[in-house]
Design a protein around this ligand. Structure first.
Ligand SMILES: [Ca+2]
Length: 293
């Protein structure tokens, strides 16, 4: 048995998504990813994460550029590979959102997409992906946006591999806020997910968009970001420290989020998955001229 149900409300921490990178502590039952940040279940083997079933994420993507992602990463952490994305933003500036199934085509990345027609960013939506044998269905707010029935991966319990649930943002002009995550194995009843908390500004609370959440190394509102320079900076930092992060981000993050964050886990977290993610983003840039996952 390697396909357990999962409920995460982000009321007291990151739960199973403890492989976190530049992510501030939860607040108001939500977690917000800005700048370059990510959080994921640990992709440590083919039985890691989850398989066939219904994945439901209540989230708000902001911005009209690639950056936010709801990502199911290959359990074996190998890419190109078995990646299923429940939310990304197209690189054409339209702000359209879409879902993707990736697979390894003789060593090259191949993929099929479903555009989420009529879905606008800037507000919470319920993103749902149903992974069944031979069929993947993408829904938003209960409405089916499309299906994919070719190259559908087989889960671990049926001889294939599972995927781990992750969230990321890699653009200073976008953000991703998640309020709830639910996974229900195939064959079990899917429970209703709660609506996100209304963000009524309390008199004593800082504004949700306070700049403290942004990594210090990314100069906010400084105009177009030179991604080549940023990538070179991150790569140089990795070569010097063995860690994929923006220089200075590790020291800035705890100050920005004075809450019981699991700091020791962050030290280990950056060594495994983010190297593969960074490689993928770089490969996408070289192939398309766009920085996206
Ligand atoms: Ca919540």
């Amino acid at each position: 048995m390697s396909n357990n149900a999962l409920t995460e409300s982000f009321n007291s921490g990151f739960g199973a998504l403890s492989n976190a990178w530049n992510v501030p502590a939860v607040a108001n039952g939500q977690v917000s990813l800005t700048g370059n940040s990510a959080m994921m279940e640990w992709a440590i083997g083919r039985d890691a994460g989850h398989g066939y079933g219904t994945y439901t994420v209540t989230a708000k993507a902001e911005g009209s550029q690639p950056g936010p992602g709801i990502i199911l990463w290959p359990g074996d952490d190998k890419w190109p590979g078995q990646e299923i994305d429940m939310l990304e933003i197209t690189p054409d500036g339209s702000g359209r959102q879409y879902g993707t199934v990736h697979w390894n085509n003789n060593g090259a990345d191949a993929y099929a997409t479903v555009i989420y027609d009529g879905v606008q960013g800037g507000s919470f939506h319920e993103y749902q992906m149903i992974w069944a044998p031979g069929l993947i269905t993408f829904k938003v707010d209960g409405v089916t946006k499309g299906t994919i029935d070719g190259n559908v991966p087989v889960d671990y319990d049926h001889g294939g591999m599972n995927n781990t649930i992750g969230f990321m943002n890699n653009n200073p002009n976008t953000s991703l806020t998640i309020s709830h995550l639910e996974f229900t194995p195939l064959g079990q009843s899917v429970v209703a997910t709660p609506a996100p908390a209304q963000q009524a500004p309390a008199p004593s609370a800082p504004a949700p968009s306070a700049p403290a959440a942004a990594p210090a190394a990314v100069a906010a509102d400084a105009g177009p970001v030179d991604w080549n320079a940023l990538a070179a900076q991150v790569t140089a930092h990795y070569e010097a420290t063995g860690r994929w992060e923006l220089p200075g981000a590790a020291s800035a993050a705890p100050a920005a989020a004075p809450a019981p964050a699991p700091a020791p886990q962050v030290e280990v977290a950056v060594k495994v998955d983010w190297e593969a993610l960074a490689a993928q983003v770089t490969a996408n840039y070289e192939a398309t001229g766009h920085w996206y996952l």
